[in-house]
Write a protein that binds this ligand. Structure first.
Ligand code: GRF
Length: 197
């Protein structure tokens, strides 16, 4: 049974989709920690309501000292002894030092069809480019932002009249399908990408 730590920054809808899926009888993994960089993240209470251990390390007191923040973050994270780390709406950039420590067992979900649109404002960028489709990607986290091996993708159509908000909502629905499907495979060592129509 693989032990999964989930890192969030806000509502944690992707974390909830993963935690609910891991509650299914046949799942090869279980959640051992939900950790946030924001003590006020709504996802922390939702996780606690589902019986998952939670912790928070506020990044604000560390200012621009990323290494010091990450050293504080490591404490509850290592105490949970995770096999896999899922970044799920985690909005802090992690240093290469932190990432290499978990390389090969840290995943992230990004709201674009990587390698298109790494970084922020992905939906507006897809609209501005006139793309006919958009979507989300789950990838292994490496030192290069949003650039690790792709473990899964889900595609959605861009519809006439779409705004960044309407497109984000359509993609988010697919994120909640894609991430649990990828974690099920990843937890049994199957690296074949999950491609959802
Ligand atoms: C989602 O769009 C996800 O792709 C991005 O953060 C957003 C919020 O995710 N990484 P969540 O609802 O906090 O899981």
């Amino acid at each position: 049974m693989k032990r999964v730590a989930l890192l969030i920054s806000g509502g944690g809808s992707n974390m909830l989709a993963l935690v609910r899926d891991m509650a299914e009888r046949d799942h090869p993994a279980k959640p051992v920690l939900v950790l946030s960089n924001d003590p006020a993240a709504a996802g922390l209470q939702h996780a606690a309501d589902l019986g998952v251990v939670t912790a928070a390390v506020d990044h604000h007191p560390f200012g621009r000292d990323r290494a010091a923040f990450e050293a504080a973050l490591l404490e509850p994270l290592l105490a949970a002894d995770p096999d896999i780390i899922c970044l799920a709406g985690f909005m802090r950039i992690l240093t290469p030092g932190f990432v290499t420590r978990f390389e090969g067992r840290m995943l992230n979900i990004h709201p674009s069809l990587l390698p298109k649109y790494p970084g922020l404002h992905t939906h507006q960028r897809a609209l501005d480019a006139g793309d006919a489709e958009a979507g989300c990607s789950v990838h292994e986290v490496t030192a290069d932002l949003d650039a690790g091996p792709i473990l899964g993708q889900a595609r959605v159509p861009v519809l006439p009249g779409d705004t960044a908000e309407t497109l984000a909502a359509r993609v988010l629905t697919q994120e909640h399908r894609l991430y649990p499907a990828v974690l099920r495979r990843f937890a049994i060592g199957d690296r074949r990408p999950v491609l959802l129509p």
